[in-house]
Write a protein that binds this ligand. Structure first.
Ligand SMILES: [Zn+2]
Length: 456
Protein backbone atom coordinates (compact mmCIF):
# COMPACT_ATOMS: atom_id res chain seq x y z
CA UNK A 1 0.00 0.00 0.00
CA UNK A 2 1.27 3.45 -0.87
CA UNK A 3 1.05 6.56 1.26
CA UNK A 4 -2.35 8.05 0.54
CA UNK A 5 -1.39 11.66 1.18
CA UNK A 6 1.53 11.38 -1.24
CA UNK A 7 -0.76 9.87 -3.85
CA UNK A 8 -3.26 12.70 -3.40
CA UNK A 9 -0.61 15.39 -3.68
CA UNK A 10 0.79 13.75 -6.83
CA UNK A 11 -2.61 14.08 -8.50
CA UNK A 12 -2.76 17.88 -8.22
CA UNK A 13 -1.18 18.50 -11.63
CA UNK A 14 -2.96 15.79 -13.63
CA UNK A 15 -6.33 16.73 -12.10
CA UNK A 16 -5.86 20.40 -13.04
CA UNK A 17 -4.92 19.42 -16.58
CA UNK A 18 -7.99 17.17 -16.89
CA UNK A 19 -10.32 19.87 -15.60
CA UNK A 20 -8.89 22.39 -18.07
CA UNK A 21 -9.69 20.07 -20.97
CA UNK A 22 -13.24 19.54 -19.72
CA UNK A 23 -13.82 23.28 -19.22
CA UNK A 24 -12.73 23.98 -22.81
CA UNK A 25 -15.73 21.97 -24.06
CA UNK A 26 -18.70 24.40 -24.07
CA UNK A 27 -21.26 21.84 -22.92
CA UNK A 28 -24.34 24.07 -22.94
CA UNK A 29 -27.57 22.26 -23.81
CA UNK A 30 -28.47 22.50 -27.51
CA UNK A 31 -30.79 20.87 -30.03
CA UNK A 32 -30.71 17.07 -29.97
CA UNK A 33 -28.74 15.11 -32.55
CA UNK A 34 -28.58 11.33 -33.02
CA UNK A 35 -26.68 9.96 -29.98
CA UNK A 36 -26.52 13.44 -28.49
CA UNK A 37 -29.87 14.14 -26.80
CA UNK A 38 -28.60 17.41 -25.28
CA UNK A 39 -26.50 18.58 -28.24
CA UNK A 40 -23.08 17.77 -29.70
CA UNK A 41 -20.95 19.60 -27.13
CA UNK A 42 -22.61 17.93 -24.14
CA UNK A 43 -21.98 14.57 -25.81
CA UNK A 44 -18.34 15.57 -26.41
CA UNK A 45 -17.96 16.41 -22.70
CA UNK A 46 -19.38 13.02 -21.71
CA UNK A 47 -17.11 11.17 -24.17
CA UNK A 48 -14.05 13.04 -22.88
CA UNK A 49 -14.84 12.27 -19.25
CA UNK A 50 -15.49 8.57 -19.92
CA UNK A 51 -12.32 8.26 -22.02
CA UNK A 52 -10.29 9.77 -19.17
CA UNK A 53 -11.91 7.39 -16.69
CA UNK A 54 -11.30 4.38 -18.92
CA UNK A 55 -7.63 5.39 -19.28
CA UNK A 56 -7.38 5.27 -15.48
CA UNK A 57 -8.52 1.65 -15.67
CA UNK A 58 -12.13 2.03 -14.53
CA UNK A 59 -15.25 0.32 -15.86
CA UNK A 60 -17.22 2.93 -17.83
CA UNK A 61 -20.67 2.93 -19.43
CA UNK A 62 -22.29 5.47 -21.73
CA UNK A 63 -26.08 5.54 -21.58
CA UNK A 64 -26.70 6.80 -25.13
CA UNK A 65 -25.40 10.29 -24.40
CA UNK A 66 -27.88 10.90 -21.58
CA UNK A 67 -25.51 10.00 -18.76
CA UNK A 68 -22.48 7.87 -18.05
CA UNK A 69 -20.94 6.08 -15.14
CA UNK A 70 -17.52 5.11 -13.81
CA UNK A 71 -17.28 2.11 -11.49
CA UNK A 72 -14.71 0.51 -9.21
CA UNK A 73 -14.63 -2.00 -6.37
CA UNK A 74 -16.85 -5.09 -6.20
CA UNK A 75 -19.40 -4.26 -8.92
CA UNK A 76 -23.01 -4.64 -7.85
CA UNK A 77 -22.21 -4.79 -4.14
CA UNK A 78 -24.14 -2.15 -2.22
CA UNK A 79 -22.96 0.71 -4.46
CA UNK A 80 -22.16 4.18 -3.17
CA UNK A 81 -23.20 6.75 -5.77
CA UNK A 82 -21.48 10.05 -6.43
CA UNK A 83 -23.72 12.17 -8.66
CA UNK A 84 -22.25 15.04 -10.66
CA UNK A 85 -23.06 16.72 -13.97
CA UNK A 86 -21.19 17.77 -17.08
CA UNK A 87 -23.68 20.20 -18.64
CA UNK A 88 -23.30 23.91 -17.90
CA UNK A 89 -25.60 26.94 -18.02
CA UNK A 90 -25.10 29.51 -20.81
CA UNK A 91 -22.25 31.97 -20.38
CA UNK A 92 -24.25 35.18 -19.79
CA UNK A 93 -22.78 38.70 -19.68
CA UNK A 94 -20.02 40.31 -17.69
CA UNK A 95 -17.07 37.92 -18.07
CA UNK A 96 -13.57 39.37 -17.85
CA UNK A 97 -11.99 36.01 -18.69
CA UNK A 98 -12.65 33.57 -21.53
CA UNK A 99 -15.56 31.51 -20.12
CA UNK A 100 -14.19 28.41 -21.86
CA UNK A 101 -10.50 29.27 -21.53
CA UNK A 102 -9.73 27.50 -18.21
CA UNK A 103 -7.31 30.33 -17.46
CA UNK A 104 -5.46 30.03 -14.12
CA UNK A 105 -4.90 33.29 -12.20
CA UNK A 106 -3.61 33.32 -8.61
CA UNK A 107 -4.37 29.66 -8.03
CA UNK A 108 -7.93 29.87 -9.38
CA UNK A 109 -9.18 28.33 -12.60
CA UNK A 110 -11.80 30.46 -14.35
CA UNK A 111 -14.52 29.18 -16.64
CA UNK A 112 -18.14 28.12 -16.93
CA UNK A 113 -18.51 24.83 -15.08
CA UNK A 114 -15.35 25.10 -12.96
CA UNK A 115 -17.40 25.03 -9.75
CA UNK A 116 -20.77 23.89 -11.16
CA UNK A 117 -20.15 21.07 -11.68
CA UNK A 118 -17.13 19.86 -13.68
CA UNK A 119 -14.65 20.72 -10.90
CA UNK A 120 -16.45 18.54 -8.34
CA UNK A 121 -16.87 15.81 -10.99
CA UNK A 122 -13.13 15.80 -11.70
CA UNK A 123 -12.36 15.75 -7.96
CA UNK A 124 -14.65 12.72 -7.51
CA UNK A 125 -13.01 10.90 -10.42
CA UNK A 126 -9.53 11.57 -9.05
CA UNK A 127 -10.64 10.53 -5.56
CA UNK A 128 -11.48 7.14 -7.06
CA UNK A 129 -8.12 7.15 -8.85
CA UNK A 130 -6.31 7.92 -5.57
CA UNK A 131 -7.98 4.93 -3.91
CA UNK A 132 -6.93 2.78 -6.85
CA UNK A 133 -3.31 3.98 -6.90
CA UNK A 134 -3.00 3.60 -3.13
CA UNK A 135 -4.42 0.07 -3.51
CA UNK A 136 -6.90 0.60 -0.72
CA UNK A 137 -9.39 -2.25 -0.33
CA UNK A 138 -13.07 -1.62 -1.06
CA UNK A 139 -15.93 -3.86 0.02
CA UNK A 140 -18.62 -1.80 -1.73
CA UNK A 141 -18.88 -0.61 -5.30
CA UNK A 142 -18.08 3.08 -5.84
CA UNK A 143 -19.95 4.61 -8.76
CA UNK A 144 -19.52 8.08 -10.21
CA UNK A 145 -22.66 8.93 -12.21
CA UNK A 146 -22.20 11.76 -14.70
CA UNK A 147 -25.42 13.44 -15.79
CA UNK A 148 -25.78 15.58 -18.89
CA UNK A 149 -28.99 17.54 -18.24
CA UNK A 150 -28.92 18.72 -14.64
CA UNK A 151 -29.42 22.38 -15.49
CA UNK A 152 -32.62 21.89 -17.48
CA UNK A 153 -34.92 18.93 -17.12
CA UNK A 154 -33.03 16.09 -15.41
CA UNK A 155 -33.83 13.94 -18.47
CA UNK A 156 -30.41 12.34 -17.90
CA UNK A 157 -31.33 10.88 -14.51
CA UNK A 158 -34.72 9.66 -15.73
CA UNK A 159 -32.97 7.81 -18.56
CA UNK A 160 -30.26 6.43 -16.29
CA UNK A 161 -32.78 5.18 -13.72
CA UNK A 162 -34.79 3.53 -16.48
CA UNK A 163 -31.75 1.73 -17.95
CA UNK A 164 -29.89 0.43 -14.91
CA UNK A 165 -30.18 -0.08 -11.18
CA UNK A 166 -30.00 3.26 -9.36
CA UNK A 167 -27.92 2.99 -6.17
CA UNK A 168 -29.82 3.70 -2.97
CA UNK A 169 -27.17 5.65 -1.09
CA UNK A 170 -24.79 8.39 -2.08
CA UNK A 171 -23.98 12.04 -2.38
CA UNK A 172 -23.91 14.84 -4.92
CA UNK A 173 -21.09 17.40 -4.81
CA UNK A 174 -23.16 20.15 -6.44
CA UNK A 175 -23.81 22.59 -3.59
CA UNK A 176 -22.00 23.33 -0.32
CA UNK A 177 -19.96 21.74 2.44
CA UNK A 178 -20.44 20.30 4.92
CA UNK A 179 -23.62 18.28 4.23
CA UNK A 180 -27.04 19.34 2.98
CA UNK A 181 -29.37 16.70 4.37
CA UNK A 182 -32.61 18.61 3.93
CA UNK A 183 -34.06 20.02 0.73
CA UNK A 184 -37.39 21.81 0.88
CA UNK A 185 -40.35 20.85 -1.27
CA UNK A 186 -41.26 23.00 -4.23
CA UNK A 187 -44.51 24.34 -5.62
CA UNK A 188 -44.75 26.13 -8.97
CA UNK A 189 -47.85 28.28 -9.31
CA UNK A 190 -49.39 30.09 -12.29
CA UNK A 191 -51.56 33.12 -11.56
CA UNK A 192 -54.00 34.46 -14.14
CA UNK A 193 -56.63 37.19 -14.15
CA UNK A 194 -58.52 39.65 -16.32
CA UNK A 195 -57.40 43.10 -17.44
CA UNK A 196 -58.91 45.73 -15.14
CA UNK A 197 -61.59 47.87 -16.79
CA UNK A 198 -61.46 50.68 -14.22
CA UNK A 199 -59.03 52.53 -11.96
CA UNK A 200 -55.43 53.25 -12.95
CA UNK A 201 -54.86 52.26 -16.57
CA UNK A 202 -51.75 50.08 -16.78
CA UNK A 203 -50.83 49.64 -20.43
CA UNK A 204 -48.16 46.98 -20.17
CA UNK A 205 -45.95 45.04 -17.77
CA UNK A 206 -43.47 42.44 -18.95
CA UNK A 207 -40.96 41.29 -16.34
CA UNK A 208 -38.93 38.13 -15.83
CA UNK A 209 -38.11 35.01 -17.85
CA UNK A 210 -37.60 32.38 -15.17
CA UNK A 211 -39.69 31.64 -12.12
CA UNK A 212 -36.72 30.78 -9.91
CA UNK A 213 -35.02 34.14 -10.42
CA UNK A 214 -35.77 37.13 -8.21
CA UNK A 215 -35.98 40.01 -10.70
CA UNK A 216 -33.70 42.94 -9.97
CA UNK A 217 -35.38 45.21 -12.50
CA UNK A 218 -39.04 45.72 -13.44
CA UNK A 219 -40.84 48.28 -15.59
CA UNK A 220 -44.41 49.20 -16.43
CA UNK A 221 -46.08 51.72 -18.74
CA UNK A 222 -49.15 53.62 -17.55
CA UNK A 223 -51.62 55.74 -19.50
CA UNK A 224 -51.38 59.21 -18.00
CA UNK A 225 -49.73 62.59 -18.03
CA UNK A 226 -47.17 64.56 -16.03
CA UNK A 227 -49.55 64.76 -13.08
CA UNK A 228 -49.63 60.96 -12.76
CA UNK A 229 -45.87 60.88 -13.28
CA UNK A 230 -45.37 63.22 -10.34
CA UNK A 231 -47.83 61.22 -8.23
CA UNK A 232 -45.90 58.02 -8.98
CA UNK A 233 -42.62 59.58 -7.88
CA UNK A 234 -44.29 60.92 -4.74
CA UNK A 235 -45.76 57.48 -3.99
CA UNK A 236 -42.36 55.81 -4.37
CA UNK A 237 -40.82 58.38 -2.09
CA UNK A 238 -43.53 57.96 0.51
CA UNK A 239 -43.07 54.16 0.49
CA UNK A 240 -39.29 54.59 0.36
CA UNK A 241 -38.95 52.29 -2.64
CA UNK A 242 -36.46 52.55 -5.48
CA UNK A 243 -39.05 53.18 -8.20
CA UNK A 244 -38.76 56.09 -10.66
CA UNK A 245 -41.34 57.49 -13.06
CA UNK A 246 -40.74 59.53 -16.22
CA UNK A 247 -42.66 60.47 -19.34
CA UNK A 248 -41.83 58.39 -22.41
CA UNK A 249 -43.72 58.64 -25.74
CA UNK A 250 -46.74 60.16 -24.05
CA UNK A 251 -46.92 57.42 -21.40
CA UNK A 252 -45.71 57.24 -17.82
CA UNK A 253 -42.88 54.74 -17.51
CA UNK A 254 -42.20 53.21 -14.09
CA UNK A 255 -38.82 51.62 -13.47
CA UNK A 256 -38.31 49.60 -10.29
CA UNK A 257 -34.78 48.68 -9.22
CA UNK A 258 -34.36 45.88 -6.69
CA UNK A 259 -31.60 43.40 -5.92
CA UNK A 260 -31.59 40.22 -8.05
CA UNK A 261 -31.20 36.80 -6.52
CA UNK A 262 -32.27 33.15 -6.45
CA UNK A 263 -35.81 32.23 -5.42
CA UNK A 264 -34.55 29.76 -2.83
CA UNK A 265 -32.49 32.44 -1.04
CA UNK A 266 -34.66 35.57 -0.91
CA UNK A 267 -33.18 37.21 2.16
CA UNK A 268 -30.36 39.24 0.59
CA UNK A 269 -32.46 40.09 -2.51
CA UNK A 270 -35.25 42.60 -3.14
CA UNK A 271 -37.93 41.74 -5.68
CA UNK A 272 -38.38 44.57 -8.21
CA UNK A 273 -41.87 43.33 -9.16
CA UNK A 274 -42.98 43.55 -5.54
CA UNK A 275 -41.80 47.16 -5.24
CA UNK A 276 -43.64 48.09 -8.42
CA UNK A 277 -46.88 46.48 -7.26
CA UNK A 278 -46.82 48.52 -4.05
CA UNK A 279 -46.38 51.78 -5.99
CA UNK A 280 -49.21 50.80 -8.36
CA UNK A 281 -51.48 50.14 -5.39
CA UNK A 282 -50.66 53.56 -3.99
CA UNK A 283 -51.70 55.00 -7.37
CA UNK A 284 -55.08 53.27 -7.20
CA UNK A 285 -54.63 50.17 -9.35
CA UNK A 286 -57.61 47.77 -9.27
CA UNK A 287 -58.37 44.17 -10.24
CA UNK A 288 -55.76 41.45 -10.52
CA UNK A 289 -52.74 43.73 -9.97
CA UNK A 290 -54.34 45.07 -6.79
CA UNK A 291 -54.84 41.48 -5.60
CA UNK A 292 -51.19 40.66 -6.25
CA UNK A 293 -50.10 43.81 -4.41
CA UNK A 294 -52.27 42.83 -1.43
CA UNK A 295 -51.50 39.10 -1.39
CA UNK A 296 -47.81 39.11 -2.36
CA UNK A 297 -46.33 42.59 -2.62
CA UNK A 298 -42.78 42.45 -1.31
CA UNK A 299 -43.38 39.55 1.07
CA UNK A 300 -41.29 36.46 0.53
CA UNK A 301 -42.64 34.52 3.50
CA UNK A 302 -46.14 33.97 2.07
CA UNK A 303 -47.84 35.78 4.96
CA UNK A 304 -50.70 37.43 3.06
CA UNK A 305 -51.10 34.36 0.87
CA UNK A 306 -51.91 32.62 4.18
CA UNK A 307 -49.11 30.09 3.71
CA UNK A 308 -46.43 31.42 6.05
CA UNK A 309 -44.93 28.48 7.98
CA UNK A 310 -41.67 26.98 9.15
CA UNK A 311 -40.26 24.00 10.98
CA UNK A 312 -37.12 23.45 12.97
CA UNK A 313 -35.52 21.02 10.56
CA UNK A 314 -35.86 22.93 7.29
CA UNK A 315 -36.60 26.55 8.20
CA UNK A 316 -39.18 28.89 6.70
CA UNK A 317 -41.25 28.76 3.54
CA UNK A 318 -40.09 31.11 0.79
CA UNK A 319 -42.17 32.55 -2.04
CA UNK A 320 -41.00 34.43 -5.15
CA UNK A 321 -42.85 36.13 -7.99
CA UNK A 322 -40.40 35.69 -10.85
CA UNK A 323 -42.56 36.54 -13.87
CA UNK A 324 -45.32 39.13 -14.36
CA UNK A 325 -47.03 39.93 -17.66
CA UNK A 326 -50.01 42.22 -18.03
CA UNK A 327 -51.76 43.87 -20.98
CA UNK A 328 -55.24 44.51 -22.32
CA UNK A 329 -55.20 41.64 -24.80
CA UNK A 330 -53.98 38.81 -22.56
CA UNK A 331 -54.84 40.04 -19.07
CA UNK A 332 -52.57 38.97 -16.22
CA UNK A 333 -50.06 36.14 -16.05
CA UNK A 334 -47.63 35.66 -13.16
CA UNK A 335 -45.68 32.85 -11.51
CA UNK A 336 -44.83 31.98 -7.93
CA UNK A 337 -41.91 29.76 -6.94
CA UNK A 338 -42.57 28.41 -3.46
CA UNK A 339 -40.10 26.34 -1.39
CA UNK A 340 -41.89 24.76 1.54
CA UNK A 341 -40.56 23.17 4.74
CA UNK A 342 -40.52 19.38 4.98
CA UNK A 343 -43.33 19.15 7.53
CA UNK A 344 -45.76 21.33 5.54
CA UNK A 345 -48.64 19.77 3.59
CA UNK A 346 -48.43 21.00 0.00
CA UNK A 347 -52.12 20.37 -0.67
CA UNK A 348 -53.11 22.58 2.24
CA UNK A 349 -50.69 25.28 1.04
CA UNK A 350 -52.18 25.17 -2.44
CA UNK A 351 -55.71 25.43 -1.05
CA UNK A 352 -54.81 28.40 1.16
CA UNK A 353 -53.11 30.45 -1.51
CA UNK A 354 -55.81 29.67 -4.08
CA UNK A 355 -58.45 30.96 -1.66
CA UNK A 356 -56.36 34.02 -0.77
CA UNK A 357 -56.15 35.33 -4.36
CA UNK A 358 -59.69 34.28 -5.42
CA UNK A 359 -61.94 35.32 -7.05
CA UNK A 360 -60.05 38.02 -8.95
CA UNK A 361 -56.96 35.90 -9.58
CA UNK A 362 -56.94 32.19 -10.40
CA UNK A 363 -54.09 30.09 -9.03
CA UNK A 364 -53.04 26.85 -10.74
CA UNK A 365 -50.34 24.49 -9.44
CA UNK A 366 -48.00 23.74 -12.34
CA UNK A 367 -45.32 21.75 -10.54
CA UNK A 368 -44.76 20.05 -7.21
CA UNK A 369 -41.66 18.31 -5.89
CA UNK A 370 -41.56 16.54 -2.56
CA UNK A 371 -39.12 17.60 0.11
CA UNK A 372 -36.15 15.36 0.84
CA UNK A 373 -34.54 14.60 4.18
CA UNK A 374 -31.89 12.23 5.48
CA UNK A 375 -31.52 11.88 9.26
CA UNK A 376 -28.49 13.74 10.64
CA UNK A 377 -27.47 10.67 12.68
CA UNK A 378 -27.62 8.28 9.69
CA UNK A 379 -24.48 6.39 8.70
CA UNK A 380 -24.32 8.40 5.49
CA UNK A 381 -24.42 11.85 7.10
CA UNK A 382 -22.08 10.98 9.96
CA UNK A 383 -19.56 9.39 7.57
CA UNK A 384 -19.53 12.47 5.35
CA UNK A 385 -19.44 14.94 8.24
CA UNK A 386 -16.43 13.19 9.73
CA UNK A 387 -14.60 13.08 6.36
CA UNK A 388 -15.18 16.83 6.02
CA UNK A 389 -14.04 17.55 9.60
CA UNK A 390 -10.93 15.35 9.21
CA UNK A 391 -9.65 17.19 6.17
CA UNK A 392 -10.68 20.77 7.04
CA UNK A 393 -10.46 20.73 10.85
CA UNK A 394 -13.89 22.38 10.90
CA UNK A 395 -15.86 20.56 13.59
CA UNK A 396 -18.32 23.39 14.19
CA UNK A 397 -20.38 23.39 10.98
CA UNK A 398 -23.59 21.36 11.06
CA UNK A 399 -25.67 19.60 8.39
CA UNK A 400 -27.84 22.17 6.60
CA UNK A 401 -31.19 22.65 4.91
CA UNK A 402 -31.56 24.44 1.57
CA UNK A 403 -34.45 25.52 -0.62
CA UNK A 404 -32.88 24.23 -3.82
CA UNK A 405 -32.96 20.78 -5.32
CA UNK A 406 -29.89 18.72 -6.22
CA UNK A 407 -29.40 15.27 -7.75
CA UNK A 408 -29.34 13.98 -4.15
CA UNK A 409 -33.14 13.73 -4.49
CA UNK A 410 -32.94 10.91 -7.02
CA UNK A 411 -31.43 8.62 -4.38
CA UNK A 412 -33.48 7.04 -1.63
CA UNK A 413 -30.83 8.17 0.82
CA UNK A 414 -28.87 10.96 -0.82
CA UNK A 415 -27.41 14.26 0.34
CA UNK A 416 -25.57 17.12 -1.25
CA UNK A 417 -21.93 17.18 -0.12
CA UNK A 418 -19.71 20.04 -1.28
CA UNK A 419 -18.13 21.36 -3.16
CA UNK A 420 -18.12 24.98 -2.00
CA UNK A 421 -16.57 25.61 1.41
CA UNK A 422 -18.40 27.82 3.93
CA UNK A 423 -16.04 30.78 3.49
CA UNK A 424 -16.04 30.69 -0.33
CA UNK A 425 -18.08 32.97 -2.59
CA UNK A 426 -20.89 31.43 -4.64
CA UNK A 427 -20.40 32.12 -8.37
CA UNK A 428 -22.34 29.26 -9.94
CA UNK A 429 -24.37 30.53 -12.93
CA UNK A 430 -22.65 33.93 -12.68
CA UNK A 431 -19.93 35.76 -14.60
CA UNK A 432 -16.39 35.02 -13.46
CA UNK A 433 -17.15 31.50 -12.15
CA UNK A 434 -13.95 29.90 -10.86
CA UNK A 435 -12.63 27.14 -8.64
CA UNK A 436 -9.76 27.56 -6.23
CA UNK A 437 -7.30 24.77 -7.09
CA UNK A 438 -6.41 24.20 -3.43
CA UNK A 439 -10.11 23.74 -2.71
CA UNK A 440 -10.29 21.28 -5.59
CA UNK A 441 -7.54 19.17 -4.03
CA UNK A 442 -9.33 19.36 -0.67
CA UNK A 443 -12.47 18.13 -2.40
CA UNK A 444 -10.52 15.14 -3.66
CA UNK A 445 -9.11 14.42 -0.18
CA UNK A 446 -12.55 14.71 1.43
CA UNK A 447 -14.14 12.38 -1.12
CA UNK A 448 -11.41 9.80 -0.55
CA UNK A 449 -12.09 9.88 3.20
CA UNK A 450 -15.84 9.80 2.63
CA UNK A 451 -15.61 6.68 0.48
CA UNK A 452 -13.40 5.02 3.08
CA UNK A 453 -15.79 5.94 5.90
CA UNK A 454 -18.70 4.48 3.95
CA UNK A 455 -17.14 1.03 3.59
CA UNK A 456 -18.94 -1.71 5.47
ZN1 LIG B 1 -24.93 22.11 -10.62
Amino acid sequence: MKDLNQVIESLRGPMTETLARWIKIPSVKADPLPGAPFGAEVRRALDAALEDAAAMGFEVRNFDGYAGDVRMGPLGVDPIAILAHLDVVPVGDGWQQDPFGAEIIDGKMYGRGTSDDKGPAVAALYAMYALKLAELPLNREVRLILGCDEESGWGCMDYYAAHCDMPKVGFSPDANFPVINTEKGMLGVRLTGAYAADGLKVKEIKVGERGNVIPGLASATLCGDEVLCAEANAAAEKLQLDVKAEMENGLVKLVSTGIPGHAAFPEPARNAIGQMLLVLRELGVTGALRTLADCVGMEYDGKSLQIKCQDEVSGALTCNMGILRYNEQDGLFATLDIRYPILADHKALAASLTAAVAPVVTATITRQTDPHHVAPNSKLVTALMSAYADVTGDTQSQPMAIGGGTYAKVLEEGVAFGSLFPEEEELAHQAGEYINLNSLLNNLAIFVKAIQNLQN
